[in-house]
Design a protein around this ligand. Structure first.
Ligand code: NDP
Length: 290
């Protein structure tokens, strides 16, 4: 195996496994995992993400349904739809594509999704469960990063892991998952002093900032594992990560490319969570019938 960690290949293997497990669930109990994807407005990037999620559902044999609301839809209309989907037995996962229009509060929306259908793991109950290390769903992007690190067989325990970025969807849960695996974790953000120095002491460096060429070679220790979560456009409009790839790659022992690194893993972990939601529903139904 080379030093480039191919999220594309790893995600293909995982999707094959998810597809097989979904087929078994269907044979054993007649349940087909179902994902409801809600899109509010016409954001072009969101439309692409939603389409990709639906394609992934088809690929692994899930049922999926897109619910489109107009840019002017009210928060109440969105909450009503979520209320209906919370009770829909065919839908095991509900995903509201973010960002939402300004007049809708994302936290209110997330809190109205039934926690057992919250396959993004953004609901405060699921966030709390992740914090204490007893969870049903892992947030998709950090979970995908853990799969990538595990794929190279690198020991995480005892290592110094630096996470740059502290958002609720990537940086914070990322740090928590690494901590659960006994890493010593440093979380950096825009107010961090000596950022370059801290990054250069990382055995495993995860960047989730959202700025092209942010992580330069001087910020990377020789032999470090470098995971690039960033999704940015360079001056020519080409998709790129946070890491100045050409200069960092020679120093890294392993590195993820953009595209083809973390990106494909995020959707795969969403499929994993939807399957898990369906499996948990099945075991609850079985439990209550016994
Ligand atoms: P946010 O904008 O919510 O968070 C960015 C973080 O970077 C913040 O914590 C911010 O610090 C920090 N930051 C910004 N500037 C600096 C700086 N100069 N020095 C140190 N830290 C800085 O972004 P997200 O977490 O949502 O996403 C991060 C990136 O990952 C984006 O490019 C996004 O597109 C990508 N992404 C990719 C996914 C994938 O599937 N590959 C999925 C999700 C996101 P502060 O908190 O102080 O402002």
């Amino acid at each position: 195996m080379g030093k480039i960690i191919s999220g594309k290949e790893i995600s293909q293997a995982l999707r094959a496994k998810i597809k097989a497990e979904a087929a078994t669930l269907r044979e054993d109990s007649g349940i087909q995992p179902g994902l409801a994807v809600i899109l509010v407005g016409n954001d072009p990037a969101s439309q692409i993400y939603v389409r990709n999620k639906q394609r992934a559902c088809e690929e692994v044999g899930f049922h999926s349904q897109e619910y489109k609301l107009s840019e002017n839809a009210t928060e109440e209309q969105l909450l009503d739809l979520i209320g209906v989907l919370n009770k829909d037995n065919k839908m095991h996962g509900i995903l509201v594509q973010l960002p939402l229009p300004d007049h809708i509060d994302p936290q209110t929306v997330i809190q109205n999704i039934a926690p057992e259908k919250d396959v993004d793991a953004f609901h405060p109950i699921n966030v709390g469960k992740i914090m204490i290390g007893d969870y049903d769903f892992l947030p998709c992007t950090p979970a995908g990063v853990m799969e990538l690190i595990d794929s190279i067989g690198v020991e995480i325990s005892g290592k110094h892991c630096v996470v740059v970025g502290r958002s609720n969807i990537v940086g914070k849960p990322m740090a928590m998952l690494l901590l659960h695996r006994n890493a010593t974790v440093t979380i950096c953000h825009s107010k961090t002093r000596n950022l370059a120095e801290i990054c250069a002491s990382a055995d495993i460096l995860v960047s989730a900032v959202g700025k092209a060429n942010f992580i330069t070679a001087d910020m990377v220790k020789e032999g470090a594992v470098v995971i690039d979560v960033g999704m940015n456009r360079d001056a020519d409009g080409k998709l790129c990560g946070d890491v100045a790839y050409a200069s960092v790659e020679p120093k890294a022992s392993y590195i993820t490319p953009v595209p083809g690194g973390v990106g494909p893993m995020t959707i795969t972990m969403l499929m994993q969570n939807t399957l898990r939601a369906a499996q948990l529903k099945q075991s609850r139904t079985k439990g209550s019938a016994e």
